[in-house]
Design a protein around this ligand. Structure first.
Ligand SMILES: Nc1ncnc2c1ncn2[C@@H]1O[C@H](COP(=O)(O)OP(=O)(O)O)[C@@H](O)[C@H]1O
Ligand SMILES: [Mg+2]
Length: 224
């Protein structure tokens, strides 16, 4: 079953002067690991923003987990429940330690304080940072910071994890470790994984590659 479907998604910026997406139709199956590749400026980030309800298309439909996003009133709630995001830059809060950063998306959750801390601790252990729970971001390496960001993206147990060049700012060894981690999470939990990457080696690990060029999908459309 598709967890993400787009139909003729168009996204213009600046009153139509910039056509970032020019009619995108994709179907992504539940639990699939999909790599999205394409040159800089081709529309990859814009596409992820549409899929994760961070922004709205100019026209066309985005259906995620059975919800047509155009009809969803509580988009913030949808994002919190359904999608986790990892960006190239980790966007951690500098004054909060790892444990506190991971708990940020739980602000609206019904979990108790101790349940929150427990869940964040578990995730940090899972990403190999069980010994760095109290470290603030400046005391962590780039790879470690990115792993905190991954733990934070997972804390609400989203159905979909969206990562926009998650290995873009780390060295190749950390890049491998981060990709292995994302892949393990995909395989063990069945969480759908979408990763934008410049790295061909990362892309080859995916179940499927979607190529984007000039705002269009040029390859990787599911066979009819
Ligand atoms: N907020 C924005 N306002 C205006 N133009 C934008 C905005 N975001 C992206 N663009 C433009 O849309 C096109 C696609 O950008 P983007 O989706 O960021 O590409 P990619 O992630 O593949 O590098 C580019 O021409 C970019 O300059
Ligand atoms: Mg981008």
């Amino acid at each position: 079953m598709s967890i993400i479907t787009t139909r003729n998604v168009v996204k213009h910026y600046d009153d139509g002067a910039i056509k970032a997406l020019d009619g995108v139709d994709i179907d992504i199956e539940e639990s699939e690991f999909v790599a999205i590749i394409g040159p800089s400026g081709s529309g990859k980030s814009t596409l992820l923003h549409m899929l994760g309800a961070l922004d709205k298309p100019s026209s066309g439909d985005v259906i995620v987990d059975g919800i047509n996003l155009a009809e969803e009133r509580d988009l913030a709630g949808f994002r919190r429940r359904t999608v986790g995001f990892v960006f190239q830059l980790h966007n951690l809060i500098p004054t909060l330690n790892a444990l506190e950063n991971v708990q940020i998306p739980l602000v609206e959750s019904k979990l108790s304080r101790s349940e929150r801390r427990e869940r964040a601790t578990e995730l940090l252990e899972q990403v190999g940072l069980g010994k760095r729970l109290r470290s603030i971001p400046t005391k962590l390496s780039g790879g470690e910071r990115q792993r905190v960001a991954i733990a934070r993206a997972l804390v609400n147990r989203p159905r979909i994890l969206i990562a926009d060049e998650p290995t873009g700012a780390v060295d190749s060894e950390n890049s491998k470790r981060i990709m292995q981690l994302l892949k393990d999470i995909n395989r063990t939990t069945g969480m759908t994984l979408l990763v934008v990457t410049h790295d061909p080696e990362v892309a080859t690990q995916a179940d499927r590659i979607i190529s984007v060029l000039d705002g269009r999908v040029v390859q990787g459309v599911a066979a009819a």
